[in-house]
Write a protein that binds this ligand. Structure first.
Ligand code: NDP
Length: 241
């Protein structure tokens, strides 16, 4: 997979999976435009060759649209930024629900709208990968808002795949299991809970960010030219267990 001369927008490239995706893309010749929040991550990304970084809080719809426009033009888009807050269903607050939907569902829609509008206007082809989660397929205790936000993202992916493919823009979803990143520390630091999850993964380990990044890059690439609208688990077989 050669990304020479291609520009790729990666949201959430400051940490975890997004950071690994950005690193791999640059290694394979791409220019990366990172949309991310923490100032320290933005500064670090700006030091890296092949990276441009735009600081934005993706929970803010207007700021997200402005950042997406500032990131263009781009050949590909990876919506990777995501956030979680652990709350049992009965204690899930409206505020937390709205925050998660804003970042995990609404922001990918806004960035993809701006990205796709320009491509269509210029008559160019492209591809979008939305990073979802196995949490959109299964109910995970304490993750009601997160599961709902990722289920919403999957709905968007499928509609984008139908509406944008006639314009030459594919859209696919990638669904990781627990992946060893700062988010996983937040969600899976209880050893009992982590052991229960691990038991359900036939390959016997959690994912590394590079496991997810490789699949994302494949779905962007021309090698996946006939792959459109899928939800690809990267879960070591968790979904069949
Ligand atoms: P991390 O928390 O490690 O990194 C998330 C990145 O997204 C950070 O750079 C973070 O920036 C950015 N981000 C979060 N909220 C905002 C915001 N409001 N505005 C701008 N940037 C934001 O998460 P992962 O790498 O683990 O997760 C990446 C994706 O993979 C997410 O969509 C997540 O839901 C999904 N996923 C992760 C799994 C896991 O186990 N790790 C499992 C399944 C799916 P900052 O830190 O500055 O807020």
């Amino acid at each position: 997979m050669d990304f020479n001369g291609k520009t790729v927008i990666v949201t959430g490239a400051g940490k975890g999976i997004g950071r690994e995706i950005a690193r791999m893309l640059v290694e394979r010749g791409a220019d990366v435009v990172a949309l991310t929040r923490s100032a320290a991550d933005v500064d670090a990304l700006r030091e890296e060759p092949g990276c441009r970084a735009i600081q934005v809080d993706l929970a803010d719809a207007d700021a997200t649209r402005a950042a997406a426009i500032a990131a263009l033009p781009a050949d590909f888009l990876i919506n990777c930024a995501g956030t979680t807050e652990l709350q049992p269903f009965l204690e899930t607050t409206v505020e937390a629900f709205d925050r998660l939907v804003a970042v995990n569902t609404r922001a990918p829609m806004i960035v993809a709208q701006e990205y796709a509008c320009l491509l269509i206007k210029e008559g160019r082809k492209g591809a979008i990968v939305n990073v979802s989660s196995v949490a959109s397929f299964v109910g995970i205790p304490d993750h009601a808002a997160y599961c709902a936000s990722k289920g919403g993202l999957d709905g968007l992916t499928r509609v984008m795949a139908k509406e944008l493919a006639p314009h030459g823009i594919r859209a696919n979803g990638v669904h990781p299991t627990v992946t060893l990143t700062p988010m996983a520390v937040k969600a899976w630091s209880d050893p009992g809970k982590a052991a229960g999850m691990m038991q359900r993964i036939p390959v016997g380990r959690f994912a590394e960010p590079s496991d997810v990044a490789e699949v994302v890059l494949f779905l962007l690439s021309d090698e996946a030219a006939m792959v459109n609208g899928i939800s690809m688990p990267v879960d070591g077989g968790y979904m069949i267990a």
